[in-house]
Design a binder for this molecule. Sequence first.
Ligand code: UD1
Length: 419
Amino acid sequence: MSKLLIQGPSRLKGEIRVHGAKNSTLPLMAASLLCDSTCVLHNCPILSDVKTSEKILQHLGCRTGRSGSDVLIDPRGVEQSDIPEHLMREMRSSIVFLGAILSRMGRAELSFPGGCELGPRPIDLHLSALRKMGVTIQEDHGCLKCSAPEGLKGVQIAFSFPSVGATENVLLAACCAGGTTTITNAAREPEICDLADFLNCCGAKISGAGDSTIVIEGVKSLHGCEHEVIPDRIAAATYLAATAATGGSIILNHVVPEHLAPVLPLFEESGCRFAIHEKEIYMSAPSRLGRIKNVRTMPYPGFPTDAQAPMMAMAAVANGTSIFVENIFESRYKHVGELLRLGANIKVEGRVAVVEGVGRLSGAPVEAADLRGGAALVVAGLAAQGETLVSGVRHIDRGYECLEENLCLLGAQVKRLPD
Ligand code: UD1
């Protein structure tokens, strides 16, 4: 397993282009299954989760190819309707293929995604919505056998929580269903809008994406299209956190500033200054950050849970006490124990973490247990005095393209040590 060796501290300074959003790319790749001709996705990041999605598509019978950041998917040869267990295990979010496979094949077989590093991740909302749409689901020894013998039908779906994945699955299942589907309390994340934009470009009739009520009128078929994946707002927030933690300055290119609206005010609160111009954000941080009073993770347009850990690494070196409340996932503080090794002062009680900023972190060996928690360790390592050796880098590679190259461009000293 490769490791990242960080020699800190360094003050990040420079300009980088933010890659395409992982959390958009995966559902978009699943969506290509609904089309009767080739799709081209531009701005697809090179990440292990994207590679896993390609393997799933190939297993199902798609032809796929990549040229730079363009991924081409030809779904005409699809004849399988199952996802092998090892691919389901590699990526919990492969559950988003369920709605697409069902729509295309009328049946689907995959293993239960089960729990993962963020605690239990049930899929009850996905399954109850699909059942309502006419899907029969047998749960058998960790395997889900799904079929829609009479086809998928449009219905009213009211989510008790605006789940991102469940909203995506229903969108995928409903596009070519018979009749109209209405989702209330739908997720409103930018990735939902990106998926709806892609599907509409393929001939779907979806209105209301980005609001909490989405209406999908079923159509007979969808055709392929070309689509540009939105920029990754979480990668952008991570680079901002790394820059802030090191007292540096950065220009982020190719971002949608509006998607970062839930996080930018917290950087401002800690003393960072911004200039925003179209697709570009300039941020400069003070040499010592002020505290961020409260960070409460919420569904969009609230503060994203995925930015909680990188932001906590930044709060760990701020002047004063910051309070974090994690409302989305049950077990999303695994990075805290590792931040303590670097000298941070953080106490966790249930969903609340109290971060007393310290004047200086000191480098140490740490281990990433999950993607965003791993990114937080990199942020902290950049601010820490001396050497930080981050292991478990495979988690980080799921979500950040060319992380060490980008950080080096910004003046950091980061090296990947091979196995
Ligand atoms: C997506 C993102 C992930 C992000 C999360 C919340 C992708 C690939 N992943 O994950 O990075 O952290 O949104 O913004 O896009 N829940 C249930 N039952 C369900 C579904 C969800 O109880 O059927 C719960 C989950 O356990 C969790 C919460 O709802 O506590 C949020 O989950 P959800 O919005 O579905 O997140 P994901 O789609 O898994």
